[in-house]
Design a protein around this ligand. Structure first.
Ligand SMILES: Nc1ncnc2c1ncn2[C@@H]1O[C@H](COP(=O)(O)OP(=O)(O)OP(=O)(O)O)[C@@H](O)[C@H]1O
Ligand SMILES: [Mg+2]
Length: 258
């Protein structure tokens, strides 16, 4: 019988070998997300969030448990796009060349590459910057190039690993709004990692809280209000942030034996 969840993770465990010793990065993680929904993962440094994304992106196949994206084992490429913690742009390539790279690897015809890239850059307000190199861009512009590069491949699942962490507060909110626009337009399924509680409540319809390593999902917070541009500052939003904050603090104190 097919699973109803677009993303379905059951009992996922990942071990790494470090100097002959086995380190457990993920310990029996369960996670589910429906098609077209947004999910956010929040958890302390080193709890295995990037490890989880590497599995979903098909970059790590050394795991135990069951992982399905649209009922298929993740193999990378194609329908899943991963935006890395440091944006993953190639510094020696221009904005235009960074965005076309994936299309070229897919051996698309030049006319198609030209049209799709132009449309995407235009949509993200990046056309005037097409000839610049990443070092000549602001953090927010770099982030938009990374998003353009992922979206031009028309993925069905967008994985973003702490995408906005190096941006100032205002730019960060602008890009969060922009991500909502893209989500509403494309009906993508999005899973995003963050350390920021407000960001989690603004963007995540389902929030997965992870324990310190070896990582497990210790709480799933349903948050259907995410997706509303005017959410920030509203009482239910602030209440949800407070709930999440006190939950995380309680966990920290508990972990420290306080
Ligand atoms: N290739 C690797 N080999 C050995 N150990 C690794 C490897 N990659 C990650 N680890 C270890 O696995 C654990 C989880 O790492 P991971 O990068 O997934 O954490 P994270 O939650 O993304 O952390 P951060 O919030 O700092 O980005 C850490 O203890 C890390 O040291
Ligand atoms: Mg990480």
């Amino acid at each position: 019988m097919p699973t109803v969840d677009y993303l379905s993770i059951k009992s996922l465990s990942v071990n790494y070998l470090q100097r002959g010793k086995t380190v457990t990065a993920l310990n029996s993680v369960d996670l589910a997300l429906s098609h077209g929904k947004t999910g956010v993962i929040i958890g302390p440094s080193g709890c295995g969030k990037s490890t989880l994304f590497n599995v979903l992106a098909g970059l790590n196949t050394q795991y135990s448990g069951k992982v399905l994206i649209d009922d298929k084992i993740p193999r990378g490429g194609g329908e899943t796009a991963l935006i890395l913690q440091d944006y993953g742009l190639l510094p020696w390539k221009t904005v235009w060349d960074n965005v076309t790279l994936g299309l070229q690897l897919r051996k698309k015809i030049p006319q198609e590459i030209q049209t799709q890239t132009e449309t995407m850059l235009d949509k993200l307000g990046l056309l005037p910057l097409a000839k610049r190199y990443p070092a000549q861009l602001s953090g927010g512009q770099r982030q938009r190039v990374a998003i353009a590069r992922a979206l031009v491949l028309e993925p069905k699942l967008l994985l973003m690993d702490e995408p906005f962490s190096s941006l100032d507060a205002l730019t960060r909110e602008e890009i969060q709004d922009f991500l909502l626009e893209i989500w509403q337009e494309t009906q993508l399924t999005i899973l995003l990692i963050t350390h920021n509680i407000e960001e989690a409540v603004f963007l995540g319809q389902r929030i997965f809280v992870m324990s310190p390593g070896p990582g497990q999902i210790i709480q799933v917070v349903e948050n259907e209000m995410a997706g509303d541009y005017d959410l920030r500052g509203k009482v239910p939003f602030l209440e949800k942030c407070n709930f999440l904050r006190s939950f995380l603090h309680r966990r920290e104190k508990y972990a420290a034996g306080v």
